[in-house]
Design a protein around this ligand. Structure first.
Ligand code: SF4
Length: 325
């Protein structure tokens, strides 16, 4: 049998030739002790397929809390007593101001996120107004994440110029019932498919460190790969007080790096975005993720958690010698 280093090189050649990495191969990559070589190889694959660019996105939580779903990791669920700032859908000018800030900070895109199972009709119409207003006033890509979608709504979002729709699978199909009981994996899959059918770009990833096994993490990666998304956010659980997952510990930085690297072998072309958890788990070494196969970040904070200042993130990208997207 070839040694680990030769095996990683073989897998790189396989990816470069356009062949897919099979599950036993992905397992072997994940189990390697040569993490640095794994990461460097994943980095080479990312740069080869993405022209050495990093995609930078800024989020706005435009409607916070009171979500009727019971996702065990989420501080915005109405099932749990989490200390977060809850508010209804923000006014148009407030959202525009944040989009302007994203543009000034140098972000490639602005993502408007709302905590709904699915927006009520009036809110959906107002969100569409907001998006049209942003598109009229600013030259920035607008992405959204609004929960479950119908075909009609997805088509309308496409028509008004939304670029990408975020809807994560969150975790593997076999672990899903451990993280949520108000909807199931197939509901999430269904919206992802509707988004694609409407011609929107799909942003679809998940959260690691919720108690799933390494195998279930791979299972999630394969489910995501089957959807051919344009972007794959990898979040690392930030345990939120008041939620059922408040005492979990996420994953070690090494496991996070291995996950990012192996997902890059499985999915050479999409943007792999290191999302929530980057600042918490990697602290000042968060550039490591961008040297292990990731080629995207979220800057300026998350939905209920603060993040790095955008100027610090832009400097980090410059320092590691790759271009912003
Ligand atoms: S993850 Fe989304 S659907 Fe689940 S509770 Fe939070 S806001 Fe609601």
């Amino acid at each position: 049998m070839v040694d680990d280093i030769e095996f990683i090189a073989e897998m790189e050649n396989k990816v470069n030739s356009g062949d897919e990495i099979l599950l036993p191969e992905a397992q072997r990559l994940l189990n390697t002790a040569n993490v640095q070589i794994l990461a460097e190889t994943a980095n080479r694959i990312a740069r080869r397929f993405s022209e050495a660019q990093v995609d930078v996105e800024m989020l706005l939580n435009a409607k916070s809390g009171s979500c009727p779903e019971d996702c065990s990791f989420c501080a915005q669920s109405s099932f749990y007593e989490s200390r977060i700032n809850k508010y209804p859908l923000l006014e148009k000018e407030t959202v525009l101001g944040r989009a302007q800030k994203a543009k000034e900070s140098g972000a490639d895109s602005f993502c408007l996120v709302c905590a709904y199972r699915s927006p009520p009709e009036n809110d959906f119409n107002y969100i569409c107004d907001i998006i049209e207003h942003i598109k009229k006033c600013l030259d920035i890509d607008v992405n959204v994440s609004l929960g479950f979608m119908t075909k009609e709504r997805a088509k309308r979002l496409k028509m008004i110029g939304v670029k990408r729709y975020n809807h994560n699978l969150e975790t593997s199909e076999t672990y899903f019932s451990q993280i949520c009981r108000t909807h199931d994996f197939s509901d999430r899959l269904n919206t992802a498919l509707i988004v694609k059918e409407a011609g929107l770009e799909l942003c679809c990833g998940g959260i690691i460190g919720m108690g799933e096994t390494a195998m279930q993490r791979l299972e999630l990666a394969y489910s995501i790969r089957n959807l051919s998304p344009n972007e794959v956010p990898i979040n690392i659980l930030i345990p939120k007080s008041g939620t059922p997952f408040e005492n979990l510990h996420g994953v070690s930085p090494i496991d996070a790096i291995k996950t990012i690297a192996v997902w890059r072998f499985l999915m050479p072309t999409p943007i792999i975005k290191i999302a929530a958890g980057r600042e918490v788990y990697f602290r000042d070494s968060d550039n490591l993720a961008l040297k292990a196969g990731a080629n995207g970040i979220i800057t300026g904070g998350y939905l209920t958690t603060n993040g790095n200042d955008p100027s610090r993130d832009m400097q980090m990208i410059q320092d590691i010698g790759i271009n912003q997207g």
